[in-house]
Design a protein around this ligand. Sequence first.
Ligand code: PRP
Length: 183
Amino acid sequence: MDSADVRDDLDHVLYTEAQIMARLREIGAQIDADYAGRELLLVGVLNGAVMVMSDLARAMRSHMQMDWMAVSSYGAATKSSGVVRILKDLSCDIRGRDVLIVEDIVDTGLTLNYLLDNLRGREPASVEIMAMFRKPDALRVDVPVKYLGFDIPPEFVVGYGLDYAQRYRNLRDVATLAPHVYN
Ligand code: PRP
């Protein structure tokens, strides 16, 4: 889906597909250099991270493996607790592995804060975070993002895996949503 296909639903494009891909090539090269000689396990957080996982993995030139987790907050009222429910756990044992969590967005940081803690408990050799987008103004906990695509303003953004009511994940660009869509 292109921005033109849903022009009336969007306010403005923040990052185009080309800008996202260019940034991912830089991050992929940095990861290749940082983990030279080690085979990284990329852990994607469903559903939003599907697009960035796919493109980041292909931007890398070294061997890698991938696995997935699905998590969900315990409802709006308790989201502030930072406790998330694991809907789908990893298929592999990460003990002794170099792990890189791959996320589409860090908003409050609560999801990644929990995941980082959870995965560290499984005794990997290392665990780091790659996030395509981050909203610095929305952060409630400090999350150590090693590889970041872009910081964005605290607006309602969709595309490149980010949804509104499960839609717009397949939008190639990342754009702010027009208020009439969510009002
Ligand atoms: C989004 C995103 C992160 C999380 C970030 O997932 O993919 O996992 O929210 O928010 P936080 O920093 O405030 O914890 P969401 O729960 O919307 O599910 P999705 O990936 O299926 O869209």
